[in-house]
Ligand binder design. Structure first.
Ligand SMILES: Nc1ncnc2c1ncn2[C@@H]1O[C@H](COP(=O)(O)OP(=O)(O)OP(=O)(O)O)[C@@H](O)[C@H]1O
Length: 332
């Protein structure tokens, strides 16, 4: 700063000043290179980090790219939803995150575990300790011949927990999810909504880092579905569990803070919901904003409704402004 400038001034000769500038810019470059080197890796602090994830299925010699370079970061403690049309790749992603399927390429890490390089034993541990699941089919979540309490106790038993601790944990979880009255009932003696809330308790039994739910409200009416979302919110708030819900139901965006849309095997847009409290009136208002995802190569997917409305095709004109970028239809 001032000292260097003073020294240069004393040097007087133009050549010396130029040399000084060169030295400065070299050290500047070095500093910039160092900053780049020290920059943390993509998603280093995320609980779930999917990096250019690819999954290709081959059936009868025909290739289907179910995931085409999907990027997704989920922070610890988040409650978020993944939405997308049928065939967009939601279940494929879910099966990978659940440790049931292995991606073709890319990277996927959950709670520090690398989903591409796990061996069979690590995979089994992962499924038992790191993730819990709730599936759409209520019958897939619970064993029919066990009561609600026994269903919740089972994963604890597999982990070698003592009977007394198991029963307390089961009662606590059933109470938290407001199905304590179902404690001694078998699945066929419960409503669909009750079964799914017990299923959430089962999934939470071993205190997983992540709870994955694939279309958990698919077989329920909308009022019951709302109760299930409330149950997920409660588990998220009270236990701090990170929860990812997959659904084709767009209205889920009203139930969670972040909704990520998957289109053609990639994350395309994101809706964030914020609640504001008006300090004068004390009234709460909710705003939702839609964001597009910008990948590390700078690629951006514009919503089809937008591009069609303006007849944008193949090529668009860009203009950099002070605080935004303008995108114009190609007028040529
Ligand atoms: N095991 C498989 N073998 C071959 N193709 C598959 C397999 N699983 C999925 N696919 C294909 O991959 C694509 C994505 O499927 P995926 O099940 O992930 O979609 P989805 O978004 O979950 O759809 P839905 O909402 O209908 O369940 C589809 O084209 C599907 O046909």
């Amino acid at each position: 700063g001032a000292v260097a400038a003073g020294a240069e001034g004393a040097g007087a000769a133009a050549g010396m000043a130029a040399a000084g500038a060169e030295v400065r810019s070299l050290s500047e470059l070095e500093a910039r290179a160092a900053a780049r080197r020290d920059r943390p890796a993509y998603g280093h602090d995320a609980l779930i980090a999917c990096d250019r994830l690819v999954r290709i299925f081959t059936t009868d010699g025909v290739e289907v790219q179910a995931l085409q370079g999907l990027d997704l970061l989920v922070t610890e403690g988040e409650l978020m939803a993944l939405v997308g049309a049928s065939g967009s790749g939601k279940s494929t992603l879910m099966n990978i995150l659940a440790g049931l399927d292995v991606p073709t390429a890319g990277q996927a890490k959950v709670a520090g575990r690398d989903l591409l390089s796990m061996d069979a034993k690590a995979r089994l541990d992962y499924r038992r300790e790191v993730v819990g699941f709730v599936w759409q089919q209520t019958a897939r979540n619970l064993l029919p011949y066990l009561t609600a309490a026994q269903n919740v106790s089972l994963p604890l038993q597999l982990r070698g927990r003592r009977a007394k601790g198991r029963s307390t944990r089961a009662d606590d979880l059933l109470t938290l999810l407001e199905v304590a009255h179902c404690r001694d009932r078998r699945p066929h003696q419960m409503s669909g909504g009750e079964q799914q809330r017990v299923a959430i308790a089962v999934a939470l039994a071993n205190n997983p880092s992540v709870l994955l739910a694939d279309e958990p409200t698919g077989e329920l009416d909308s009022a019951t579905a709302e109760q299930i979302f409330a149950a997920f919110r409660k588990a998220n708030e009270e236990l701090g569990t990170t929860i990812v819900i997959v659904t084709h139901d767009q209205s889920v965006a009203d139930e969670v803070r972040r909704t990520v849309a998957i289109r053609d095997g990639r994350t395309s847009t994101e809706v964030l919901r914020r609640t504001h409290l008006d300090e004068q009136t004390g009234e709460e208002s909710v705003t939702s904003r839609e964001y597009a995802m910008l990948d590390r190569a700078g690629r951006l997917q514009l919503p089809r409704e937008y591009t069609e409305a303006l007849g944008m095709e193949h090529r668009v004109l860009l203009e950099l402004e002070q605080d935004h970028i303008q995108v114009w239809p190609d007028g040529e």
